[in-house]
Design a protein around this ligand. Structure first.
Ligand code: GLN
Length: 534
């Protein structure tokens, strides 16, 4: 069977949830036995989102192969339970960078380098390279941005060409928004009609239209959209607001999105296995039916934007569901926390200290950590959260009042966290980020060994600074153990505190690898303890 390519575009407005629709479709196809991957094309000029402020673009997701990626890749992994890689996220910046490098090398043999065909060829190459591995039956490509934007034109043009070249191996889904005018009590399809016209003007006729809506869309309205936009009536699908994103695949199943895609790409439905969504439904029931709450405080510096800590929120919600609890997550801006007001955290069953870069809000994180440590509240520190755990401990327990990370105080005498040369074990400047999955050996008899239930794990990193090994013996003597160590470099990956119900910091980001079907063991254990302690 040749690989089928599904394109998902969006119109009318951004933030309609193209990523969730793409992931839901992927899940449904996967549940019918197909091998599926999802790719995101982002129209911005940044080569990757690594340097973007989370307030600009939400969290930066990290793939196992160390690519800093759009947060939609997180949804793809959480829904499909498969890993994504660098090739799953392409930006305009990366396309241009590669074309310009080729031009400089002389690869174009004196030709004038143009958007068509050179940029579009490069885009098509990146789309097709996923299918050419032979690993996938379906490649779903989500095009970021909104149809009609200048930025996304080369991507849409590439879809047009592929469509023409591949015929039935291709299918286009366009997601739009149907507003409800309360005064007139009417759902309005005009924005959808205009958006489809924009897409047609760029040469692409959608096969399927998904209507994002807050109200049920009646048959006459669907018929009208079908008629105006040249699509089959059953290919007009509603995506109604859902209480949780994890319900969307089941809503799409009810609407027949997967069946229409299969028909459009030439399958005889009678020969395709029915979707098996039993394990998904089991998770959803736990998530939706949980009666009791588990209350968790998230302390970080980007808390005003929901998406800034997307993977942490999702990992916590998976773990809460599997513990039959409803997650009540309250965010605290670390800048606002101080030793005087930190008592407000006492009403929470667990505290998560978020990752971060730069010194803003660090003192608030340290105050929250001290409160959790002294009051025996379960506490999970992630990346900078773990670094702050070590700094706080060094200040209060080892008595080094100026203990710090050289990221925040370059001249501190007690550089508990510093740039490390893992081989020579000396500090040096100008380190680049440690990105992607690295192995970690778990110490025998440690808490984390028990939690993971194995000796060696692999987890994803995104940081420059490390725990300074010079302080390790002293930290350990006082009960803060380096219980996870990189077997190759000796770098500390996990710290855990003796005599505390749950006080664990990870230099890596466990949140990136929690999925619906495989909730992360650390989050599961953190929530389980949080429930038991209070
Ligand atoms: N700023 C810290 C470092 O670079 C932590 C990074 C993070 O939390 N992702 O090491």
């Amino acid at each position: 069977m040749s690989t089928k390519y599904i394109f998902v575009t969006g119109g009318v407005s951004s933030s309609l949830g193209k990523g969730i629709i793409a992931a839901s479709l992927g899940k449904l196809l996967q549940s019918r036995g197909f091998r599926v991957t999802i790719q995101k094309l982002d129209p911005y000029i940044n080569v990757d989102p690594g340097t973007l402020n989370p307030y600009e673009h939400g969290e930066c997701y990290v793939t196992v192969d160390g690519h800093e990626a759009d947060l939609d890749l997180g949804h793809y992994e959480r829904f499909l339970n498969v890993e994504t890689h660098k090739v799953n996220n392409i930006t305009t910046g990366r396309i241009y960078q590669s074309v310009i490098e080729k031009e400089r090398r002389g690869d174009y043999l004196g030709k004038t380098v143009q958007i068509i065909p050179h940029i579009t060829d490069e885009i098509k190459h990146h789309i097709l390279s996923l299918g050419s591995t032979g690993d996938f039956d379906f490649v779903i490509t989500e095009i970021g941005g909104t149809v009609g934007d200048i930025e996304s034109l080369p991507f849409i043009e590439s879809v047009r060409q592929l469509r023409w070249q591949m015929g039935r191996d291709c299918c286009c889904i366009h997601l739009t928004y149907v507003p409800y005018l309360a005064a007139a009590k009417e759902l309005k399809t005009k924005p959808t009609q205009h958006s489809v016209k924009d897409l047609q003007q760029e040469g692409v006729q959608p096969d399927i239209i998904v209507l994002r809506t807050e109200h049920d869309i009646p048959t006459e309205v669907r018929r009208k959209v079908a008629l105006f936009c040249n699509v089959d009536e059953d290919a007009v699908i509603q995506s109604i607001d859902a209480p949780t994103i994890y319900r969307v695949p089941l809503n799409m199943l009810d609407e027949g999105l997967d069946s229409v895609v299969l028909r459009k790409t030439g399958f005889d439905l009678a020969t395709v296995a029915a979707p098996d969504m039993d394990s998904w439904k089991a998770f959803l029931h736990r998530l939706e039916d949980a009666k009791e709450d588990v209350t968790i405080a998230l302390v970080g510096k980007y808390v005003q934007l929901q998406d800034a800590y997307k993977s942490i929120r999702e990992a916590l919600s998976h773990a809460a569901a599997y513990n039959n609890r409803k997650l009540k997550l309250v965010s605290f801006l670390s800048d606002d926390i101080n030793p005087q007001n930190v008592k407000q955290l006492s009403e929470f069953q667990g505290i998560v200290i978020a990752p971060g870069f730069g010194s803003r809000g660090v003192e608030g994180k340290l105050a929250a950590i001290r409160f959790a440590r002294e009051n025996k509240i379960p506490c999970l520190g992630i990346c900078m959260g773990m670094q702050c755990m070590a700094i706080e401990f060094a200040r209060d327990v080892l008595g080094y009042a100026d203990a710090n990370s050289t990221e925040f105080d370059e001249h501190t005498k007690h550089n508990i966290i510093d740039l490390m040369d893992s081989q020579k074990r000396t500090t040096y400047k100008g380190a680049t980020m440690r990105l992607g999955a690295y192995p970690c050996r778990l110490q025998e008899g440690s808490r984390v060994r028990d939690i993971y239930g194995c000796e060696e794990i692999k987890e994803r990193h995104r940081h420059r600074y490390e725990l300074n090994h010079v302080y390790q013996p002293e930290l350990e003597r006082h009960g803060l153990h380096c219980s996870g160590v990189n077997p190759d470099s000796g770098l500390t990956e996990i710290i855990e505190l003796d005599g505390h119900p749950w006080f664990i910091g990870t230099q890596f980001h466990p949140e990136y690898s929690s999925t619906v079907l495989h909730p992360h063991p650390l989050f599961l254990s953190f929530i389980r303890t949080a429930i038991q302690v209070i």
